[in-house]
Design a binder for this molecule. Structure first.
Ligand code: ADP
Ligand code: MG
Length: 694
C-alpha cells in the first residue's frame, strides 16, 4: 500500500460501472442496456454478447482469470462459484472466452443451500441470472457478476429478487400518488438506503484460543472484566494504530469496489467500531453491505485481527447492530420525505408520512420478524438497543403538526410565527427535526427513516423488502381513494387526518428503554415480542402472507419457504451454541477447575506437614468444589435437555427458548463463578480483560 491514496483515481477502479460501459461498448449496445435498466425490460442476447465481451476484456486487463455469478441465497450471506475464462484452442493452448449466455445465466451446483422445501433434492438445480442493474466487479482475480438465484420452476431462492420486486412495487404505487400531485416528469421512484455497520475487532491469536468465538462468533462464557464501558472512554475515541491501519486498508478496498465508505469511528464498547457508507439505491446498498462485511473479515485477517459481526459477542458489553436509513426519491432527485417549502410539497410529504406511519402500525409484527435472529435476541429489548416494540419517533415539531391535523386546530410552531395551512388545508413544515431520541427503533431524521433494529450480521434485504412493500400497500390504498375523489384537496385532507387519527398509537417520543413504555405500549395494543421463537410465527399470519402475495413480492410458497428457513436457522444456531457450551465446559472448564483444586489440595497437605496455616486454601477448596459440583450438574442438565428436543421446527424453537436457554444460562453462571476463583494460569482460554483490553 502506497502512502498517498489518490481516492478519486482508485474509486470504483475495480467496477464495471456505467462509465466503463459507456467507454467500452458500441454506442447502440450501451443505449439498449441503459433503456433496459431504466424500464426493467429484458436485455436481448446480442447485446448481452457485446457486454460479455467488453467485460471479459476489461477484467483480463485488470488481471482476472475467472468469473463467478455472485448471489445471495437465503442464508443471508453471499455465494460464488468460480469458472476460469479458458477454453482449449486445439493446439494444446487456450484462449480466454466469455459469452453473453455465460454472463446472463448460470447453473451453480447449489443443492446444499437451504430452499425451505422449494426444491426437491431430485431436482436440486438452481439457476442464477444476471442482475444488469447492479455493477460487476473484480475481487481476488475474479470477475464477480451480481445475480438472482432461482429454482428450475422459477421460484426465487434468494434475497435479491424479492428486494428488486419490492423496489418496483413501491415505485409503481408512489408514481400514482405523484401523478395526482401533477408530477408528470418522474419516471421512477427509487428506494434509497444507507446502512451503518457496527463490528468488533479482536487479535487473531486470542480469538483462536476460544472455541466459542470460533464456532459461534460470540463468547458463551466469561466473567465480567473489572472495567466495562462505564467510563465511555472508547466512544469516538482515538483509534488504535493497528485498527487504523485496518480501516485504511478496508476503505481502500471498498473504494476500489465502488462502495461509498464515508465515516469511521470507535463505538461505545471497547474494540467496537462503525463504518457508514453514503446512501445509494437499496439494491446497490444491499450488495455493498454484503461486500463490506466480506471485506471487513478478509481485511481483518490480513492485519492479524478478527472481525466479529455477531450481534452480541460479549455479555454485559454493548452489542452490534446496523442502522438502516431509508427514504424514497424520484429519479429526478427529489426526496419524498423532505418536508418542503411550498404547501403543495408539504401536502405530498404528509401523504408519504401518513402512509409510512399507517404501514408500520399495521405491519409492526412483520417488521419485527425481519430482524428476528438468535444473535439479535440478545440486543432488542435488552436496554442497550431499541426495544422489541416497534414504534415511530418523528420529533416534537412533526408530532405537534400531526396533533393539530388530528384535532383540526392550527399548528403553532415553537418560537416561530404561526404557520397556516397548505393547499389551504395543510400547514407548512419547518425543517428542524434533529433526532434527539436514540432509544427509538424507527426514527424520522429530517428526510429519512432510520430503522435501528437490524442485527449487525444480517442481510439488509428483508427489512427493506418489508418497508418497501408496506409503503407500496398504503400508497396504493391512498391512490385508490384519491384517484376517485371529486375534490382532491378535501379528500387529501380527510385521508391524512383519518390516517393519523387511526394510527397515532405507533408514534412514541419517550424513552424506549423504560418499563413504563412497555406498559404504555401494551395499553396501546402494540405488540411486544422479545424473542425470535415467540415472534416468528406472526411472519406467516394471513395478513402478512396476503400483503406479500398481493404485491407479487413472494408467492405464498416462496414466502413460507423463507419462514421455514428463518426458523431452522434459529434452531441450528441454538443447537450449535448449546453443544459448544457442553463441549467447553466438559473438556476445558471442568478439567481446569479440577487441576487447580487438586493443586490447592496438594498445597494444603504440604503446608500441614509444616504446620503452616492454610485457611485460605481450605476455604477456596470448599468453594471450588461446591462450584464444580454445580458446573457438572449444569453440564448434565444441558445434555439431558438437549436430548429431548421435540420434533417440528416451531416446537423446537419454543423449546430452545423455554427449556434450553435457561440451562445455558445456569451453566454459564457456574463457569463464570469458577473463572473468578481460579488462578489465571489454569484458565483454558483468554478472559474478557484479555480480549477487550489487549
Ligand atoms: P447520522 O446522524 O445517523 O450520522 P447521517 O446524516 O450522517 O446521519 O446519515 C447516516 C446514514 O444515512 C448515511 O449512510 C447516509 O448516507 C444515510 N442517508 C442520508 N440521507 C439519506 C436518505 N435521504 N435516504 C437514505 N439514507 C440516507
Ligand atoms: Mg445512525
Amino acid at each position: 500500500m502506497s502512502d498517498i491514496l489518490h481516492v478519486p483515481e482508485i474509486f470504483g477502479s475495480d467496477v464495471f460501472n456505467e462509465s466503463v460501459m459507456k467507454e467500452r461498448l458500441p454506442e447502440d449496445a450501451y443505449l439498449v442496456w441503459k433503456e433496459c435498466v431504466t424500464t426493467g425490460s429484458q436485455l436481448p442476447l446480442d447485446i448481452a454478447n457485446h457486454i460479455a465481451e467488453a467485460m471479459k476484456c476489461w477484467a483480463i486487463e485488470k488481471g482476472a482469470t475467472h468469473f463467478t455469478h455472485w448471489f445471495q441465497p437465503m442464508t443471508g450471506i453471499t455465494a460464488e462459484k468460480h469458472d476460469s475464462f479458458i477454453s482449449p484452442a486445439g493446439d494444446g493452448k487456450v484462449i480466454m472466452e466469455f459469452s453473453g449466455k455465460e454472463l446472463v445465466r448460470g447453473e451453480p451446483d447449489a443443492s446444499s443451500f437451504p430452499s425451505g422445501g422449494l426444491r426437491a433434492t431430485f431436482e436440486a438445480r438452481g439457476y442464477t441470472a444476471w442482475d444488469p442493474t447492479s455493477s460487476a466487479f473484480i475481487r481476488d482475480g475474479s470477475l464477480y457478476i451480481p445475480t438472482c438465484f432461482f429454482s428450475h420452476t422459477g421460484e426465487s431462492l434468494d434475497k435479491k429478487t424479492p428486494l428488486l420486486r419490492s423496489m418496483e412495487e413501491v415505485s409503481r404505487e408512489a408514481l400514482r400518488i405523484l401523478r395526482l400531485f401533477g408530477d408528470t416528469e418522474t419516471r421512477r421512484v427509487i428506494t434509497c438506503v444507507g446502512a451503518e455497520q457496527e463490528y468488533f475487532l479482536l487479535p487473531k491469536a486470542l480469538y483462536a484460543q476460544r472455541e466459542d468465538l470460533r464456532l459461534t462468533g460470540r463468547t458463551l462464557f466469561g466473567a465480567q472484566p473489572p472495567k466495562g464501558q462505564e467510563l465511555d472512554d472508547h466512544y469516538f475515541g482515538a483509534i488504535r494504530t493497528r485498527v487504523s491501519a485496518f480501516m485504511r486498508d478496508m476503505d481502500e478496498q471498498l473504494w476500489r469496489l465502488g462502495v461509498l465508505s464515508k465515516t469511521k469511528h470507535n463505538e461505545s464498547a471497547p474494540c467496537q467500531h462503525e463504518m457508514a457508507p453514503i446512501y445509494t439505491d437499496a439494491n446497490t446498498a444491499c450488495d455493498a453491505n454484503q461486500l463490506t462485511m466480506a471485506v471487513m473479515k478478509k481485511c481483518a485477517a490480513k492485519h492479524n485481527l478478527v472481525c466479529l459481526l455477531h450481534e452480541k459477542p460479549f455479555a454485559g458489553i454493548n452489542g452490534s447492530g446496523k442502522h438502516n436509513n431509508w427514504s424514497l426519491a424520484t429519479d429526478t432527485g427529489k426526496n419524498l420525505f423532505s418536508p418542503g417549502k411550498t404547501p403543495g410539497q408539504n401536502a405530498r410529504f404528509l401523504v408519504f408520512l401518513a402512509a409510512f406511519i399507517a404501514g408500520v402500525d399495521e405491519y409492526q409484527d412483520m417488521l419485527r420478524c425481519t430482524v428476528a435472529y438468535a444473535g439479535n435476541d440478545h440486543r432488542l429489548g435488552a436496554n442497550e438497543a431499541p426495544p422489541a416494540i416497534v414504534s415511530v419517533f418523528v420529533g416534537d415539531e412533526l408530532t405537534a403538526i400531526i396533533r393539530s391535523i388530528i384535532d383540526g386546530t392550527n399548528y403553532e410552531a415553537p418560537e416561530k410565527s404561526m404557520l397556516r395551512i397548505g393547499v389551504d388545508v395543510l400547514p407548512a413544515i419547518p425543517k428542524d427535526t434533529t433526532d434527539r431520541n436514540r432509544t427509538s427503533p424507527l426514527a424520522f431524521t429530517g428526510n429519512k427513516f432510520e430503522l435501528r433494529t437490524l442485527g449487525s450480521s444480517q442481510s439488509i434485504a428483508e427489512p427493506n423488502i418489508a418497508l418497501n412493500t408496506i409503503m407500496a400497500e398504503e400508497l396504493s390504498r391512498f391512490a385508490d381513494i384519491l384517484e376517485k375523489a371529486d375534490d382532491f384537496d378535501t379528500a387529501l385532507h380527510d385521508l391524512v387526518c383519518k390516517t393519523f387519527t387511526e394510527h397515532q398509537r405507533i408514534l412514541f417520543g419517550g424513552n424506549g428503554y423504560s418499563d413504563e413504555w412497555k406498559e404504555e405500549a401494551a395499553r396501546r395494543g402494540l405488540s411486544n415480542m422479545p424473542s425470535t421463537a415467540v415472534c416468528l410465527p406472526s411472519m406467516v399470519s394471513d395478513k402478512n402472507i396476503d400483503l406479500m402475495v398481493r404485491h407479487g413480492i413472494y408467492t405464498e410458497t416462496e414466502y413460507r419457504a423463507r419462514y421455514a428457513i428463518h426458523q431452522e436457522a434459529y434452531n441450528k444456531v441454538m443447537g450449535i451454541e448449546a453443544r459448544t457450551m457442553v463441549d467447553m465446559a466438559m473438556h476445558q472448564i471442568l478439567p481446569a477447575a479440577l487441576r487447580y483444586t487438586r493443586d490447592l489440595c496438594d498445597t494444603v497437605s504440604a503446608k500441614k506437614a509444616w504446620g503452616a496455616p492454610c485457611t485460605a486454601e481450605s476455604d477456596l477448596i470448599a468453594k471450588m468444589s461446591a462450584q464444580t459440583e454445580t458446573l457438572y450438574a449444569g453440564i448434565e442438565a444441558l445434555k439431558t435437555v438437549l436430548s429431548q428436543l421435540p420434533a417440528g421446527s416451531h416446537a423446537a424453537s419454543m423449546y430452545y427458548h423455554d427449556a434450553v436457554i435457561p440451562c445455558m444460562n445456569t451453566l454459564r453462571e457456574a463457569a463464570d463463578a469458577l473463572e473468578e476463583m481460579t488462578d489465571k494460569s489454569y484458565w483454558p482460554y483468554p478472559t474478557y480483560s484479555d480480549l477487550l483490553y489487549y
